[in-house]
Design a protein around this ligand. Sequence first.
Ligand code: NAP
Ligand code: HSE
Length: 328
Amino acid sequence: MASIKVALLGFGTVGEGIYRILNERKEEIKQQTGYLIDIDSILVRDTAKKRLATPGIKITDDIQEILSNPDIDFIFEAIVGEEPAYTYLSDAIEKGFNVITANKKMFAKHGPALYKHAEFRGVQLGYEATTAGGVPIIRTVTNLLPTDRVRRIQGILNGTSNFILTKMREEGIPFKAALHEAQALGYAEADPTDDVSGKDAFRKLMILSALAFGKQPNWQDIQVAGIDRVTIEDVAGAFKGKLRYRHIAEISIDENGTLNGSVGPVLIGSAHPLYGVDGVDNAIIVETDYLGILTLVGPGAGMYPTASAMVGDFFQMIGKRERVLVNS
Ligand code: NAP
Ligand code: HSE
């Protein structure tokens, strides 16, 4: 049976999730695709760290061991921060690897350049997991675009913030304790500052903006606030008044093509469509010319939801590759 060799960059919450899904679903994948998926290598920062056993897989801290292996076809990137991730993916694309990333910090800034580079090199680039975890918002908007025009996007784009606000409201748990819980569950970033300051949601909004409107606004024109100043007293007071805090990111385009956006905590009442979205869930409302209003809701962070979005990209890519091979 033919096999497809892949490499994982990163073996934390998300990288381990990809490994688990590809192993747990090995037989189904073989039957459905006709391929044996072979994880060849995993890149980590610290090869001495104790981690889940991965028999037969090379664990390395040297990216060149992966990039110089012509047998590897696909690279899943789930490391942290802009660099060295951007350089690794640029090099991978240049060498003809197909790449799939979850790294929103890197992708918000460098996504448009990576995308052009991938098109130029004729390789595939997947980034579903960069935005809203397991919610298939990238695929959905991509599919809408040939026929429709997006006017406005509004949503809850940070699972950690929504989880904390929910814990504060439902269980009276203070901010710090709720954040610790989000970290233990693998929802928060290793450094959760960007989660609670609004920067993470802002970056996801920029990724959506590039996709839906073909451009991003000047980053400094967007007001960004987080939930880090919302106290348990604020949440309790709002609750008494039948209101809820939600961390909402939104962006819209006007008739002149100008983008307007904001990111921050907002008090909403029960009539608002985001009122009932609790816990780690994200929700995205997309307003378009023809379809009207579409809302997607689902887990916005965590091992399996995020990894499933990446594996989803992977299978879409295998399908496309097959069509190219059949037609050529
Ligand atoms: P994590 O648990 O902190 O794991 C990060 C992994 O990357 C670790 O295995 C680490 O190696 C490795 N790594 C970090 N910097 C590296 C470098 N310079 N070179 C080689 N390896 C490096 O992070 P995570 O939660 O899995 O998140 C991974 C990425 O996915 C991040 O960009 C994050 O923003 C994004 N993301 C996360 C979620 C989520 O729910 N967690 C959801 C969507 C997107 P060691 O193990 O040796 O330390
Ligand atoms: N830390 C992020 C969140 C992970 O809580 O939304 C998903 O991007």
